[in-house]
Design a protein around this ligand. Structure first.
Ligand code: ATP
Ligand code: MG
Length: 873
């Protein structure tokens, strides 16, 4: 069965069991401080498990893109080395939110695998949770009893807490789980070793394919478990592993999910897959990583220096260096795989098709710059080796290797490899120590302790009313304390309803205050969105938590932010009008002070185009277009109607649309009521952020007024300085520049003339001493003129010894020139002499025997130096 069909069969099966089929959420998570990437199919439904909001459907199934490269689930080091862990993979899942539980979950999983997919029952093993005394948890006999209706009891194995108790994170929903494992070894292999003994033992052909999680507890901050209000089912089956079983192959990489990529890598690199272990690993790493990186870029996450972007950069770099080291690829080539990937997966994931060029360009540029870094790293490593050898050491210090790794991104295994080839050793212990120290530093810096929520009222619904109101009468529903190194103690408050906009969709959160009936005022320093709820941050708690409060949003700040958000939509529209439809939003930041908009476009936006864009936006502002808002559209209907949706954005069942004239977008942010409220729009800068991605920074409303006021002030200052009454001081400045240039010329000529006169005088002043034409003089010429003068005299006079002392009043120089024949005949040396004479001017110098100079800080000493020179001659 082809992989496409395997995926579809899964969805069809659960549809037949009354599940709502939904699309994969984006893999990159934008509004969750606790998680950067989706690492399990359940993440997008977290808020339902936590009971923060209720799902419209109590049964859902989907195929979710997951990435396991950071945090609690990190498989990166396994990927490529083994044949069944990926960075990015698809997780097929079915969910019950307070609906069916263990019985149905087990029965359906069995039906699908054995009757629909027709996997041989004798290949399957299942595990159940054996219980844990320290947690006071019993064995999951319930699951056991359901399983034994389908499968021989000797194929039901006990599993410990590590394997059979699933937890989302350090806190949150969790519960026992039951895994399904396959044994796809040959009959001979099976006869030799019992499959049951290989379950959960890292055997590449005895692997877990499906995990059925039964969520029934909530892990509290103090580590204790509390029953969840309702029981849920959360299952996840590895799509690529299922494909391996269904297609009768022994590795995920031999399925049609990967073979087209592997064939392409073979063609590009000239290395065949299946020849040597090292090269095979490299090929698998590249085939895997190009998927992870491409999907992230399509979701809007570009490689960068921090956060999620840095994770992506590291994945790509891992692929590059495997290619570099084991496939001998010193030029970019991974980007060439994007075509194949988009052809192969573009139907299921259209974002790969529509953004192919962008993905390709970004990867290519990353490859180029990392290959350059590898080059400079190699040079540095070479010099370290030479250095160590010169001190007859054959080991490279761990700190040095760490510096190479940390500053230049130079991978440690490559360092070790090169050292080995050159018969050197790496101080691995030292490297590990340096690495551990850095990890500890960053852990300490980002350490967060989060207490459990204290509920004040449990029946509150948390409503956002901030589109219509900036002030409201609210109560606190719950609060908790969050402590970080950076911010110290902060409190997070959730209200029954709130006018405060929580940071999301690129728009920053509202600030404001909370005032109790008794006049107690608490400032809200920021508002965020977490798991779908609006969280208000304060530095302290109100005295009376049960009181009613007036919640007041900072109006000015909100107005400026809304104005910038509306301007952002108009800018987006303008860019598509002026530059073309290929322009896609790639990130935006809407703050009160300014806005920032990243978009795909392949060349610099010209000054004329920028002007055109600015004019377009300002024309829409002048048209006074009213806000047309729809808060209760479905995604399909809105897109059908022409509203623009963004890739990598997670949209709910009900979407909100924002329309100003022809600008029409899905958007959850705040906007002004009429484009006229934006007042004016001004672009401040345009530049590149990555290959094919440009960034515009702009301002609107009050900020434009402030900007022009400041410009005008500068202008007045300039006019005052110029004492110019002309309308256009540029003319006056140009005139000053002209004057300045001609004065410079004049000075140069005067200096030349002066030097010319001096030359004649000096030649005439020469004294005969011991057959030497001795000239000594003091002048205020600059260094360049002195040198020219010295060489001119030397050309015109034989047997010359010339010393010039020059000073600008603060510093002093001595210049000596000696005819070349004298240097030999009389054994005179300008270099040694000038060093000696330099002492008189409190300085030092040197040069050749023929010409030398010294600099010092004592002009008074020049006369003495000249006298001493005469003595020497
Ligand atoms: P394993 O022990 O094999 O790492 P897991 O216990 O981490 O698996 P779960 O967190 O239970 O896996 O995820 C559910 C399913 O997702 C697994 O049964 C497996 O089929 C699949 N899966 C998990 N991690 C990966 C991965 N890195 N690459 C591909 N598939 C994976
Ligand atoms: Mg795992």
């Amino acid at each position: 069965m082809k992989s496409q069909q395997i995926r579809q069969t899964f969805l069809d099966f659960y549809k037949s069991k009354q599940h709502e089929i939904v699309a994969s959420a984006p893999m990159v998570i934008k509004n969750d401080p606790t998680l950067m990437f989706v690492n399990a199919g359940m993440n997008p439904f977290k808020e339902y498990f936590l009971g923060i909001s209720e799902s419209k459907h109590n049964r859902i199934a989907d195929s979710q893109k997951c990435l396991r490269v950071s945090g609690k689930h990190n498989d990166l080091e396994e990927v490529g080395v083994d044949t069944y862990h990926h960075t990015m993979f698809e997780m097929l899942g079915n969910w019950s939110f307070g609906d069916y539980f263990k019985k149905e979950a087990i029965a359906w999983a069995w039906e699908l695998l054995t009757e629909v997919y027709k996997i041989d029952k004798d290949c399957l093993y299942v595990t159940i949770f054996e219980g844990d005394a320290s947690e006071n948890l019993d064995r999951d006999t319930e699951a056991y009893d359901y399983w034994k209706e389908f499968i021989a009891e000797d194929r039901i194995l006990n599993g410990n807490k590590k394997d059979n108790f699933w937890e989302m994170g350090d806190q949150g929903p969790c519960g026992p789980c039951s895994e399904i494992h396959v044994d796809i070894r040959t009959p001979e292999e099976k006869a030799a070793v019992d499959g049951a003994s290989l379950v959960n033992a890292d055997h590449p052909q005895v692997v877990e394919i499906w995990n059925l999680v039964f969520m029934q507890y909530n892990r509290m901050a103090n580590g204790s478990l509390k029953n969840l209000p309702a029981q849920h089912v959360d299952t996840g089956m590895g799509f690529e592993r299922l494909a391996m079983v269904m297609q009768g192959v022994r590795s995920n990489y031999d399925t049609d999910v990967f073979t087209p990529l592997i064939r392409e890598i073979e063609t590009i690199t000239g290395h065949a897959y299946g020849k040597t272990e090292q090269e095979d690993i490299a090929i698998r790493v590249i085939a895997d990583h190009v998927r992870a990186v491409s999907f992230s870029i399509a979701d809007g996450q570009l490689p960068s220096n921090n956060g999620a972007g840095y994770v992506i950069r590291r994945i790509l770099r891992r692929a590059i260096r495997y290619g570099f080291t084991y496939l001998n690829k010193k030029e970019p080539f991974i980007y060439m795989l994007v075509n194949t990937l988009s052809k192969q997966m573009g139907d299921a994931f259209p974002e790969l098709k529509s953004q192919k060029n962008l993905i390709l360009n970004v990867i290519k540029e990353e490859e180029q710059s990392f290959l350059r870094a590898l080059d400079s790293g190699l040079v540095l490593l070479d010099s370290m080796i030479v250095n160590a050898k010169s001190q007859s050491q054959n080991i490279i210090d761990g700190n040095k290797a760490f510096e190479l790794y940390d500053t230049y991104g130079f991978p440690i295994d490559l360092t070790a490899l090169i050292l080995r080839e050159k018969g050197m050793e790496l101080d691995e212990a030292g490297f590990d120590k340096a690495m551990a120290a850095q990890k500890e530093r960053s852990r300490a810096a980002s350490e967060t302790t989060t207490s459990d929520w204290t509920e004040i009222r449990s029946d509150d619904t948390q409503e956002f009313i901030g589109y219509d109101k900036l002030e409201a009468n609210v109560r606190i529903s719950k609060y908790r304390k969050v402590t970080t190194k950076k911010d110290g103690d902060l409190y997070q408050l959730v209200f029954n309803m709130t006018p405060f906009y929580g940071e999301s969709g690129g728009q920053t959160g509202d600030k404001g205050y909370l005032e109790s009936a008794s006049g107690d005022t608490i400032y809200i320093i920021d508002t965020k969105k977490e798991n779908g709820q609006t969280v208000h941050l304060t530095k302290n708690l109100p005295k009376d938590l049960e009181s009613n409060f007036t919640a007041q949003v900072d109006k000015n700040q909100r107005h400026r932010t809304s104005s910038n958000h509306t301007a952002t939509h108009l800018l987006h529209q303008a860019l598509r009008k002026v530059l073309g439809d290929h322009v896609e939003q790639k990130g935006s930041m809407v703050r009160s002070a300014s806005l920032r908009f990243d978009f795909s476009h392949f060349s610099k936006v010209t000054a004329e185009q920028l002007q055109e864009v600015e004019n377009f936006v300002n024309a829409r502002i002048r048209e006074q277009l009213p806000l047309e808002e729809n808060r209760s559209n479905t995604y399909e209907a809105a897109v059908e109607d022409g509203a623009m949706a963004l890739f990598g954005e997670k949209y709910g069942d009900v979407v909100r649309t924002i329309k100003f004239g022809e600008s029409y977008e899905l958007c959850g942010g705040t906007h002004v009521a009429n484009t006229a409220d934006v007042w004016h729009f001004k672009i401040m800068s345009e530049g590149a952020v990555a290959a094919g991605i440009r960034r515009i920074e702009a301002i609107s409303s009050d900020a434009v007024k402030d900007f022009f006021a400041e410009q005008s002030r500068h202008f007045d200052e300039i006019k005052t300085i110029l004492k110019s009454n002309t309308k256009n001081p540029a003319d006056a400045i140009a005139q000053l520049q002209d004057e300045n240039a001609s004065l410079k010329k004049e000075i140069e000529q005067l200096l030349k003339a002066k030097a010319g006169n001096l030359k004649g005088d000096l030649i005439a002043s020469a004294q005969q001493i011991n057959g030497v034409n001795f000239i000594a003089t003091q002048t205020d010429l600059d260094a360049k003129s002195v040198k020219e003068l010295a060489f001119e005299i030397e050309r015109e006079m034989e047997n010359l010894f010339l010393i010039i002392g020059a000073s600008d009043g603060e510093k002093a120089t001595l210049t000596i020139i000696i005819s070349k024949n004298l240097v030999e005949e009389k054994d005179l040396n300008a270099g040694t002499m000038v060093r000696e004479l330099g002492k008189h001017i409190q300085g030092g110098g040197g040069g050749q025997a023929h010409f030398a100079t010294a600099g010092g800080k004592n002009p008074e000493g020049i006369a003495a130096a000249l006298d001493a020179a005469k003595e020497m001659v």
